[in-house]
Design a protein around this ligand. Structure first.
Ligand code: DAH
Length: 364
């Protein structure tokens, strides 16, 4: 601030000279106009409106003026500061409006837009195949039955004519449930549904059962401790192995297509007499490659067991073996899926990766 100003001439106080004040205003207006964002405008304020801005300094000089000069200088500087303040406010308003408009534009949300679809889940191919099999039997007039996965040892073995010391009981491949004397197992096959159906429904009987079975196999490319079977039992007057063969051929054709060749090969099961294994002609080499890895050069692939219902089973389940005969079969569904679709590692079927399931398409 200048010293006491006794012989006043406002023009001589440099900061108050009209030209200096005008210059300060022009500089301020130019800086304000040039500010292209709120941040820039914020930086402009201290330089042109703050305590140390030229106009604030000029304002301070007014106090030292003689009263006669104060009014004129005060008015001029006051107007100058007013113009700067106004310009700042106006520019602030413009920039805020621009910012708001930009935010509105950038953050626009179209609430009517369709959301991205969630990826669809898939049905498991074993499920699809099981349904297809069930449909086939329903189409032939059979009933569909179910049995428990935790099964009485009696249904799993005794009712099916397995001796008390039959190797399948003791062998490592049955899961027994605790306590040991409860007589409960995880069913090792779907055949107990044969006995249950005979008891519950009586004869004549045409029943198919599809379900999960359990054996103490290590999990590898061709074995699973839990897998699926389709069981069938038909008991009626006059049924013969020809009916059995016809039914199985129909099942094979529906799963593997027309032209599939099957054969029955003598075998043994305690609950059928005579018993047979059903084989399918090798899909890969059709019996023409002695080095074929799929059929190990035999030309045939084992699919399941079958036979004429043993009269002991009919008797145990209340049937009338002198009047009725029956046939039965049990086929692996997981194996069928492998043959049908070329899945070479069973573990893929249980890993739960939806991309595996998706390959088989969707049937509802
Ligand atoms: N239950 C047998 C198994 O799992 C398969 C089987 C064989 C089922 C002969 C039958 C049958 O119904 O008659 O190995």
């Amino acid at each position: 601030m200048s010293g006491p100003n006794t012989s006043y001439d406002p023009v001589e106080v440099a900061a108050l000279a009209p030209a200096a004040v005008e210059e300060a205003v022009d500089a301020a207006l130019a800086a304000i106009a040039a500010a292209s964002s709120l941040e820039e405008l914020k930086a402009v304020r201290p330089a042109h409106q703050g305590d140390k801005s030229p106009l604030a300094l000029a304002n301070r000089e007014i106090g030292a003026l003689p009263p006669s000069a104060k009014a004129e200088a005060g008015k001029r500087v006051g107007q100058a500061r007013g113009r700067v303040a106004q310009a700042l406010t106006a520019r602030q308003g413009e920039l805020e409006a621009e910012r708001d408009e930009r935010i509105l534009r950038e953050e626009t949300l179209d609430v009517t837009q369709r959301a991205a679809r969630r990826p669809l889940g898939r049905r498991h191919p074993i499920e699809l195949m099981s349904e297809r099999i069930a449909d086939l039997f329903v189409g032939m007039g059979w009933e569909i039955a179910e049995g428990p996965e935790v099964e009485a040892e009696w249904f799993n073995f005794d009712a099916l004519n397995f001796d008390a010391d039959h190797p399948a009981r003791q062998m490592q491949d049955t899961f027994y449930l605790e306590p040991a004397d409860a007589g409960l197992v995880l069913r090792t096959h779907t055949s107990p549904v044969q006995a249950r159906s005979l008891i519950e429904r009586g004869v004549p009987l045409y029943v198919a059962a599809i379900g999960r079975v359990f054996r103490t196999d290590e999990l590898d490319a061709t074995h699973m401790p839990a897998f699926h079977q389709v069981e069938g039992i038909a008991v009626d007057e006059g049924l013969t192995m020809a009916h059995l063969k016809g039914t199985l051929d129909r099942l094979a054709t529906s799963l593997f297509g027309e032209g599939i060749t099957t054969r029955l090969r003598p075998s043994y099961f305690p609950f059928t007499e005579p018993s047979a294994e059903m084989d399918l002609r090798c899909f890969v080499c059709r019996g023409e490659d002695p080095d074929c890895r799929t059929c190990k050069g035999t030309g045939w692939i084992e699919w399941g067991g079958c036979g004429m219902v043993n009269r002991n089973v009919l008797t145990a389940s209340g049937g009338a073996p002198d009047r009725y005969t029956g046939f039965a079969f049990g086929m692996g569904i997981d194996r069928a899926l492998m043959f049908r679709t070329g899945v070479s590692d069973m573990r893929d079927m249980i890993e739960g990766d939806v991309r595996f399931d998706a390959q088989f398409g969707m049937e509802i």
